[in-house]
Design a protein around this ligand. Structure first.
Ligand SMILES: O[C@H]1[C@H](O)[C@@H](O)[C@H](O)[C@@H](O)[C@H]1O
Ligand SMILES: [Fe+2]
Ligand SMILES: [Fe+2]
Length: 312
């Protein structure tokens, strides 16, 4: 069975958030004159016949996904994330165009994802095409969707073939206490930061409402692609960059955890991120997009918002 959603509500846990989310959309309508009733079809089930993001449900991917999160939670420490960011911020790994990077993602399947076992390029096109159908005039959002996961190219041998735990999966702040809203949070008990008094209080190294820009997130494809886009001087708007940078921060955008680290500007980005997330998550399916057919459209957007070659 499928449900036609007139307003882009998200299937979130708890009415509180549902109400908040609706308010966000009401505000959107007033402030940004967004088209809200694209009639997006939110499927009940993922390609394996289960509900989306169900990490407890017995399925062919359950055990490997859980193993993935255990390794990620043990290894992502504050120091590790700071070092990785320094290394990748130099943008000395490769020089290539956006489309070349999309093609490189043809060979990777994301081990953290309970809902998809297709190559990543399929996911990029599925997300972008789903956004495009509902928001035909927001071309920046189509391109944001196309590129949001390109940071996963760190898995590629020419980038040192990083392990999946430092590339994919949900992200979370480091340098402050781990929140129970994070998927498989039980495994943080094996992370050294869990016992470090500098890092294990509510605020840790941060101050209230310091803004997400100041927060060191677990290292992964979000922050990397954000750095690539920003430092190659993309003309994408602030909301596009925010989406790229925080789309894996489910504890925040789905469960409202860590809101005390946000400032006013982040509130604005979060509205768009919540819209985007619906497409990122629920467009995952076995349906293939004809790459050659849609390529000219996306090439025109890439040309509009990016230089021909980028430093990665
Ligand atoms: O498994 C997925 C996948 O890695 C996505 O690219 C990421 O954005 C999500 O947060 C995560 O749940
Ligand atoms: Fe992602
Ligand atoms: Fe994605």
């Amino acid at each position: 069975m499928t449900v036609i959603v007139q307003e882009p509500t998200l299937s979130v846990e708890g009415n509180d958030l549902e109400n908040k989310t609706n308010n966000v959309f009401e505000e959107e309508e007033e402030n940004l004159e967004l088209k809200l009733d694209g009639g997006f079809v939110v499927p009940d089930n993922n390609a394996f016949g289960h509900s989306f993001r169900d990490y407890e449900k017995e399925s062919e991917r359950k055990d490997s996904v859980e193993q993935f999160y255990r390794t990620q939670h043990i290894n992502q420490t504050y120091e590790f994330a700071v070092e990785k960011k320094e290394e990748y911020a130099k943008l000395q790994k490769a020089v290539m165009s956006i489309w070349e990077c999309c093609e490189l993602l043809n060979e990777f399947v994301d081990e953290s994802d309970p809902d998809l076992d297709e190559p990543q390029i399929e996911h990029l096109l599925q997300t972008a095409e789903a956004v495009r159908r509902d928001y035909p005039n927001e071309d920046w959002l189509h391109l944001t969707a196309l590129i949001h996961d390109l940071g996963k190219v760190m898995l590629h041998p020419s980038f040192g073939g990083e392990p999946q735990w430092c590339v994919v999966g949900d992200t979370f702040p480091l340098g402050c206490a781990f929140n129970d809203a994070i998927v498989h949070h039980q495994y943080f008990k094996e992370n050294p930061d869990y016992y470090n008094p500098k890092y294990n209080t509510k605020l840790g190294v941060y101050s209230e409402n310091c803004g997400l820009d100041k927060v060191t997130m677990s290292w992964g494809h979000d922050e990397y692609m954000y750095l690539v886009a920003k430092d190659n001087k993309t003309t994408l708007p602030y909301a596009g960059l925010f989406i790229i940078r925080f789309h894996s921060f489910y504890a925040l955008h789905r469960s409202n955890a860590y809101t005390y680290l946000m400032n006013e500007e982040d509130e604005e980005g979060l509205k768009w991120l919540r819209i985007f997330n619906k497409y990122d998550l629920y467009s995952k399916s076995k349906v293939k997009i004809n790459q050659e057919e849609v390529k000219p459209y996306y090439m025109s957007l890439i040309e509009k918002y990016f230089p021909g070659k980028l430093r990665w």
